[in-house]
Design a protein around this ligand. Structure first.
Ligand code: FES
Length: 114
């Protein structure tokens, strides 16, 4: 699981803020710039925005593309997306508890269909 850290060093925008922007519907660098305030141009943005935007579930290494495809194939709940892709079904290594941190993003992808 990615730890929180600064991604955009120019505007001081961290990983969690970018994830929150994605939960609010951001899917592109332009949208992350608008919603989270990232610059999209500094070394941090260049190095990390691409993979952050492309991934949904860090625990199970499930991509945005895989989740979108599952939604298009008829998965209309977070549980169904989990069954089809594994996203959202991670277990915290430290506590043994279900992680589920990516579930709000999965729900947003279902809501928006992208
Ligand atoms: S990030 Fe998806 S279950 Fe942990």
């Amino acid at each position: 699981m990615a730890q929180n850290r600064t991604i955009c060093t120019k505007n001081n925008v961290d990983y969690i803020s970018i994830r929150r922007a994605m939960i609010a519907g951001a899917r592109t660098v332009e949208e992350v710039k608008e919603i989270a305030g990232a610059c999209g141009e500094c070394e941090g943005c260049k190095a990390d925005l691409g993979w952050i935007l492309a991934s949904v579930c860090g625990c199970k290494k499930v991509s945005l593309e895989a989740v979108v495809n599952a939604v298009k194939a008829g998965a209309d709940t977070v549980e169904k997306v989990g069954e089809m892709t594994g996203a959202g079904t991670g277990i915290c290594e430290e506590t043994g508890e279900p992680c589920g941190k990516c579930k709000p993003l999965i729900q947003n992808i279902i809501d928006l269909g992208r």
